[in-house]
Write a protein that binds this ligand. Sequence first.
Ligand code: HEC
Length: 183
Amino acid sequence: MKPAHLAHPGPSATQSAPISDRHRHTTGKYGSIIALLMLFTVGSACADLKAESDVQRGRYLIQVSGCNDCHTPGYMETDGKVDEKLWLTGSQLGWRGPWGTTYASNLRLVVQNLTEQQWLSHARGPWRPPMPWFNLRKMRDEDLMAIFRYIRHLGPSGAPAPLYLPPDQMPKMPYAQFPGAVP
Ligand code: HEC
């Protein structure tokens, strides 16, 4: 006589199908939730990476397009050896010419009051010399936006630059004189 377990498939064999079936369904349900969660995680990690790369790109663009030269105190005079904490905090050096006397603004404060869209038109001027606003008109939106995000990332710092002076007023602080008659 055959052992009982060989003669009959036995209850465990027949019952195992529904159990593993149920198991499969459960895995399927949780599986899709897990997959969804992973998608969110990957999605937000991608967004973080994008924000991070925007900031890094903005930092790079600031350096190579010369914004620090005028907007960071002492940057040109020290071959760029200025602590990043002071970058773009504006300058007390006046630029005097037929347009009057201008001062490179404290961009760390300026960006605090602007939305991304406002920044795009704000940065593209027109402004008075020697601000090269016409170059920013050639810059792609995403590059200019990266600059904005970088400056925002640095956070507000410093005091506003001195106010613009009309041509008939003599600056009290040091200034660079451009050629051309000052009326
Ligand atoms: C040669 C000097 C110089 C360089 C280089 C320069 N700027 Fe300026 N920038 C100025 C001056 C001066 C002003 C003030 C102009 C005025 O009073 O009309 C100014 C004004 C601005 C303003 C207007 C801010 C406000 O007061 O609301 C923005 C925005 C700006 N600059 C962004 C930049 C960016 C971004 C770069 C780099 C791509 C840059 N500037 C490069 C000198 C410069």
